[in-house]
Design a protein. Sequence first.
Lengths: 255, 268
Amino acid sequence: MLKPAFLGALLWVVLASALTVAQADSLFIYSGAGLRQAVQPLIDRFERETGVQVFVEYGGMGQMTTRFETTQRGDVYISGARFYTDQLAKKGLISDVHPLVYHTAVIGVNRARAATLTRFEDLASPGRRLALGDPKAMALGRTAESILDASGLGDAIRANVVARGATDQQVTLYVVNGDVDAGIISRTAAVQHADRIAIVDIPTAYYQPEEVTIGVLSTTQAPERARQFVAWVTSKEGIAAFTQVGFLPIAAPAP
Amino acid sequence: MSGLLLLAGGCLIAITVTVLGALLALASHLPLDALWLALQQQETVFALRLSLYTSLLALALALLFGTLAGYLLARRSFPGQALIETLLDLPMVTPPLVAGMGLLFLLGRDAPVGSAMAAAGWHLLFSPAGVILAQTYVATPLIVRSARAAFQAVDPDYAAVAGTLGLTPLWAFLLVEIPMAGRGLLSAAVLGWARALGEFGATLMVAGATRLHTETLPMAVFLNIASGETEVAIACALILLSMAFALLLVIRLLAGGKSAGQGQFQHA
């Protein structure tokens, strides 16, 4: 027979096991969603070699910052743009900030339309369909806006924008799918979809590429472990994981 | 028995306190004057208007399609009916983002359906029309299901009698069966509306996240959380929650207490 005491015990077991999931030797990391291809293999290796369990949350940088400031929890922060770690540093919430690689923007052109879109200026020709990132929600959206402003073609290009995305991959998906002719996306996303996307470089005069940065959060409960992880990501092998997927090394002169 | 009641009471309290706690925490995060300011922002007002406009149109479409389809499912049986009904249940369990991807691929400019529609001058992608499509997509299955249950609870003999008294089947449907299933249909409508109003994932993919263009209330919540502007996000969230609360309360009242609620779903 089912006794209430038994039901109660069952409830307690379910609750307790739900609450203990996130304990033991672990690190909690925030990472820009666009960095995932490089960050995930590094995390996997770190877990294998140290036995430390790593929890990672990927997302747009604005969202990550809000999440961190609300929860006041986390050990390491990997940012798609120095802007966000600078903001945290101003509030004394992050230390040991290191630059990793350049997060560069390119014009990703759907291959079916690549013949007619070969230069930056082509974005401004009437009738183009373009997608950009939301300038407040994602780092590359902000970059794209400053590129447009610096090019002097901002108005003409903005008139061609038919959709905004909330993430780099959303904008990329629209380009891959052919729903737009082109978009300003990360070089890594363009490289990832090289079969469907042709790359048109953005003149360097129009912008300063973003630096990907990593730092240790002030809320860390395990500073040693956090620094160990940062050291691993900033190592030669760590940087190589980034450059392999299309990020540009900082040692080389900026493109 | 009293031990069980005590335990059940404890569970009810735990659930209620958690829900209430999350709501109060959300509301207390924003001082009243900041809330008032956020409510007056152009973005908030736009999102509210777009949400109302698109969700009501989506509801009208979903009701039109859903009521008729639900009626057919309730009144006739045909080969493959179980398959079709299961298929129609799928959008209810599909993550909305996946539904959005599916619709995006279906309606993409290079896809057959999408290019045919574009040729006809219908531009659903990246437009408020895309928002309506996404909302209709998630609301319709819900309405089909509820409408089917509502019609099943109505004895078909009433329409048959109306027929013998000279009403054509269409008029019997409109004048006899719809009013008799009315309460069930109304609560179906409210559920469908609530679902359309809260729709986010499919809208994000199909209509894009363009501020002041395809920015519904849930989209405004998402974009403003993403950009760290929590005031507007919370203001929009509170509007959504108050509307949802009102809607759900209406369902409760329409369902008229426990007995009607049970009656409506026992055939589902």
